[in-house]
Design a protein around this ligand. Structure first.
Ligand code: NAP
Length: 261
């Protein structure tokens, strides 16, 4: 009788399966406070750092857009809380930081981003109100938030101040905005030297023309299609925040590649 052919079992092979690359969330567990985080560059930065694993606190004056922004970040899987705060108002800033204190023991990154421009007006037609709005928001606001945040910041923390190319370039009709941003740049440079011994990094973010609603305030027909996106600015900030602790970008100048603005 013919013997039944036994089929030889294939030798068990060890298959070395490549594991998917570990998804690095480079700002995991960091607490990042972004003023003016409800739209524009602030919101783009909030979404970008949340994607990297940060717990984000966003502020702004308008409650409706603030909630909308927070919902967007949550839908992307991010961790966010929002708080209404007018950076010009010391009491409002104190309330914000009292609320932060109740939930967090430290702030790893403060982004002083809240800002406004002015109606295009040469100095002889510039109202005191417009002048004060720029100085109080763009300069005093950054001072009040920085002073309140510093007790919660340790070595390795970072302050990012959103300056503007207007700090160094003269745009006729924009004296209040330019003066506020030049003041912010001087404030930032001084702060950096004060905080250097404490190991806290201070970055001047200096964006050129970026496609946001701020342009409605002074140049309604600006060619926004030629500008950078807020997301490009946000990507550059994330890259700067993710540098090894022993190095820092002190001035982050970012401009549209082909634009003249
Ligand atoms: N877009 C550009 O081309 C460009 C270039 C260089 C630098 N920047 C700077 O980037 C920053 C963000 O501007 P953006 O372009 O994103 O314009 P935006 O869309 O108009 O955003 C401005 C942000 O600041 C907030 N804000 C204004 N006044 C405030 C106040 N008193 N207290 C708290 N928050 C306040 C606004 O929220 P609420 O109105 O709800 O308060 C909003 O979130 C500004 O500092 C701006 O100077 C912009």
């Amino acid at each position: 009788m013919a013997r039944k052919k036994t089929q030889k079992k294939p030798e068990a092979r060890i298959v070395r399966r490549k594991l998917p690359p570990l998804e690095l969330r480079r700002l995991e567990d960091q607490v990042v406070l972004i003023t003016g985080g409800n739209r524009g560059i602030g919101l783009a930065m909030a979404r970008a750092v949340a994607k990297e694993g940060a717990s984000v606190i966003i502020t702004g004056r308008d409650e409706h857009t603030l909630h909308h922004a927070a919902d967007q970040i949550k839908r992307d899987g991010g961790t966010v809380v929002s708080h209404v705060c007018d950076v010009r108002d010391e009491d409002s800033v104190d309330e914000l930081f009292a609320a932060i204190h109740r939930h967090y023991s430290q702030i790893d990154v403060l982004v002083n981003n809240a800002g406004l421009a002015q109606r295009n007006a040469q100095v002889d037609h510039l109202s005191l109100e417009a002048w004060q709005a720029c100085i109080e928001t763009n300069l005093t606001g950054a001072f009040l938030c920085t002073r309140a945040a510093l007790p919660m910041m340790s070595p390795g923390a970072t302050v990012v101040n959103n300056v503007s190319v207007a700090a160094n370039t003269a745009f006729p009709g924009m004296a209040a905005y330019s003066a506020s941003k030049a003041g912010l740049l001087a404030f930032t440079n001084t702060l950096r030297e004060e905080l250097r011994p404490r190991g806290i990094r201070v970055i001047s973010l200096v964006p050129g023309a970026t496609d946001t609603e701020i342009w409605q305030q002074f140049w309604k027909d600006a060619p926004r299609e030629k500008m950078m996106s807020a997301e490009s600015v946000a990507d550059a900030v994330v890259a700067a925040l993710c540098l090894p602790a022993n190095a820092t970008i002190e001035e982050l100048l970012i401009r549209p590649t082909a634009g003249t603005l």
